[in-house]
Design a protein around this ligand. Sequence first.
Ligand SMILES: [Ca+2]
Ligand SMILES: [Ca+2]
Ligand SMILES: [Ca+2]
Ligand SMILES: [Ca+2]
Length: 712
Amino acid sequence: MMRLALGTVVVSLAAASALVAADPPPGIPSISSVAPLAIAPGTATKISLVGANLAVEPQLWTGFPVAQAAWIKPAESKKPDLTHAAFTLQPDPSVGPGIYGLRVVTPGGVSNLKLIMVDDLPTVPEKSDNKSREKAQTLKLPVAIDAACEAETSDFYAFEVKAGDRLSIETVARRLGTPVDATIRLLDAAGRELAYADDDETAGADARLSHRFEQAGQYFVEVRDVRYLGSGSYRYRLRIGNFPLAATPYPAAVQKGAKATVEVATLDGGQLQPIAVAVPADSAERFHGLAVSYGKGQGSGFTTALVGDGAEQIETEPNDSPEQAAPLETAGAMNGRIAAPGDRDYFRFRAKKGNQIRFVGRTRSFGSPTDLYLRLFSGDGKRQLAEADDQGLDEGALEAKIDADGEYLLVVEDLIGRGGPAYTYRLEIDVDRPRLAVSLDADKYDVPRAGIAQLKATIVRGGFEGPVRFRFEGGPEGVQLITGANLGTTGSLLTLFVPSSVAPGTPLVGRVLAEATAGDVQLAVPAGTSSALKKSLGGVAPPALDGLVAVGVAAADVAYFQFSTKTPTVAVAPGAKKAEFVVAVDRQKAAKDAVVDLNVYGLPAGFKAAPVKIDKGKNEATLVVECPADAKPQEIAFVVVGTSTVTKKMVQGSLADLKLAVGSTTTTSATKPPAAKPATTKPAEKKPAGKPVAAAKQPTTVAVRKPTQVEP
Ligand SMILES: [Ca+2]
Ligand SMILES: [Ca+2]
Ligand SMILES: [Ca+2]
Ligand SMILES: [Ca+2]
């Protein structure tokens, strides 16, 4: 047995080494910068990316539909530059101004997320010597400048206005994930300061101001980082024009399948017509982008509304006292705003003894500055029963058990008494409904072909203790999400398996759905990724990107193991309930003492195969596949993935394209090397990228990667 297994390994190794010498598998791509920071709506723009492992047949994934997203292939040269890639990117005409996500997908995996703006203001590049008023860059308005802060200095821009002109001036930097904490000074021709802006209630560290000019003439804008920091990565977009400084929508949410009218609050005092919004009932949208302008050609402001499934109630003012409290339905959501400093919103509702009532607030996640302070009172307003402020990721949630039938009051206000048109909020209302909220540890995962990734899910449960099931929504057939080790009651370790039919370089973006049965209630919620996004994007998490999970399918992992089997087709004799097969491992030196866990993936429901270990000092293990008694004769493709921990990291390798032949007595010839078999079952590759990639052409074994042997 041992001799045969080793003999097989030698054959595979020789094949793999020959391919490795031809072309090493590409590494995981990453993006450090995107230039320019914005593209024009409906127009083809050249964008240049800098990073690592980019120029390997790259494709762009964008968070908006595109008319065109084509890689501009560099001229053939001796040494390909993997650190740069350029694309012609043209958004679909339906894509409005706003901030969107962008990733690069290659046969090496998927990159980190970067943000790009779609902007209807024309873009000009910054002139580099604009370091004083005398050398200010002259602008023709309206315009946006693609610029960067340099340390210890300011950038100056000059423009002319007519008497009575009104302008908005803003930086878009932190909102695009750059490190700039911008300040803006507006100066007259003599250098006197007319206006100053640093941070903003809804735009965070980005600076925004608006000004009406009484006198015609020349004026200046000075931009710098508030800490006087700067470098090539301190990029900002300066926008100047008569456009709305859009804050938040009101109501904050619209209901799917219903017509809604949304007002967008502005920070410049400008009044906008309410916008009619209709999100179709079958839409997968969870957020709806809104762009607003004061007139064609002046540029747009932009914000995002939430999309809800249930009824979206809207507060009725005045509701400032228990006597004025307006009725609230204890279902769906209530939308309100703290319209002025000190505004309090009283809501009256009926509840029954034993009801578990819950109000879950949303504010910051769609740009509202409100710091929700919620209190629950008895119906006469005399007895306070519960109170809640925000905690951690929570934006303000109040939960209480009702102790007697009757009327109750909910009071909503800002914790420190602030208020204004932008201070909107939304409260989800549930009665006796179990709560399930899930967040993931990352917004992207890389999986070797026919391999796995591990996802950590953090679970918040209320009112139930049963198991939570997970599935990946939006991926191709065969992608499986398997709930593994329970990390206590507050987390779960999930295994994402991507079958070998998904070719390396396939863009794969979807959502992780968490589902649970709590009594007679079925819960289903998409897992959030906002804290992972904040880590990756320097503190911002655009709401429309929350929950979108990218999976990179790579040609190969760094190979520590070479797996083989004598029986790539495992026969289950007619009427038999199980079949056995042996998997052998050849370990690389760095993993010579590794204990290898073998798991079977890809089997349909009803079939089972318990994980087995190949212990230290052993080179093979027997796997047993159990079949349901009523299984029809069929061929089922499956994969064995071997994982271990090497230098504290999970490493893996796989045996892809194995077959379970149910109702067959034909066993595969033991003399046939397994590497030869998959040539006939190789998946259709979307685009063979230049030279063949080792592991993609070698699906039964993981290519042994020896970078030192690679010749360019
Ligand atoms: Ca500059
Ligand atoms: Ca600032
Ligand atoms: Ca109010
Ligand atoms: Ca009020």
